[in-house]
Ligand binder design. Structure first.
Ligand code: CA
Ligand code: CA
Ligand code: CA
Ligand code: CA
Length: 262
């Protein structure tokens, strides 16, 4: 059991840098699987928009012994026209001398390598490590404190949802966003208003993933029916009165990122 967890922890390293939030996986996979892997964490394959971002990513990859790693870019649709997973042209490029060379007529995906601070085109079915990043523009953060119902409405008014936490990776992503914005306590999408002890989201779907703090949910005073996370206790959850006042994180669920062949 211990052995399994050690392997798990070696494979998944979460790193925080100044402006961006990254998740590294040293397991090697093809480009499409890398795109899907990141999307499954509500993240995306790392996008390099400028030289500073690239310097940060390269340093992170080198420090963690990533070898070769996918970055967000391909010329699958039109040879020589490099776009990201949202089909937007790559603005910043950092090709190694002589690259992209489309060797063998079939190098359509973007890879970085530890031994050189430059980019290569490579076959999309080759196997490389993965760097994912939080899609910050999918989140909207409001430090103003409000009740649970007001938080739900605040997000809905923006055509967003109060943030849902489907798994531990998203929980950590959201927690890191909260930390960066000094949120203190913030609402998440969950309540047991209708049936005490039965936790559902705003669509009345049961919460699958839970991350309660020790002794929680305790329904203190018989009236704690809404879901909150607190800065002080890392990324753990509490039930709390729905009329208490907490900050808000909304998520844009309508803007699911497309993987390059879906
Ligand atoms: Ca190509
Ligand atoms: Ca090449
Ligand atoms: Ca309760
Ligand atoms: Ca409680």
């Amino acid at each position: 059991m211990l052995h399994f967890f050690q392997l798990f922890l070696v494979g998944l390293i979460f790193q925080l840098t100044q402006a961006q939030y990254y998740h590294l996986n040293k397991n090697k996979m093809n480009y499409n699987d890398a795109v899907k892997y990141c999307n499954s964490k509500e993240m995306r394959l790392v996008k390099i928009t400028d030289s500073q971002t690239y310097a940060a990513v390269f340093e992170l990859a080198s420090k963690n012994g990533m070898g070769t790693y996918w970055m967000n870019g391909n010329d699958i649709a039109i040879e020589g026209t490099w776009v990201d997973t949202e089909n937007k042209p790559l603005v910043y490029k950092n090709w190694h001398k002589g690259e992209p060379n489309n060797a063998g007529g079939n190098e359509n995906c973007l890879v970085g390598a530890w031994f050189h601070e430059m980019w290569f085109d490579i076959g999309c079915n080759t196997l490389n490590s993965v760097i994912c990043e939080i899609v910050i523009e999918n989140y909207h953060i409001n430090k103003n404190k409000m009740t649970y119902n007001d938080a739900v409405k605040y997000c809905n008014d923006r055509n967003m949802d109060l943030v849902k936490i489907p798994n531990s990776e998203v929980n950590l992503n959201v927690y890191n966003l909260a930390l960066k914005h000094n949120l203190g306590t913030y609402w998440m999408n969950g309540n047991d208003i209708a049936i005490e002890g039965t936790w559902v989201d705003t669509e009345n779907k049961p919460l699958v993933y839970k991350n309660w703090y020790k002794g929680e949910p305790n329904n203190a005073g018989g009236n704690e029916n809404c879901l909150v996370a607190a800065y002080l206790t890392n990324e753990m959850w509490f039930d709390i009165g729905c009329n208490t006042l907490n900050s808000v994180i909304c998520y844009n669920a309508n803007d699911k990122k497309k993987s390059c062949k879906d």
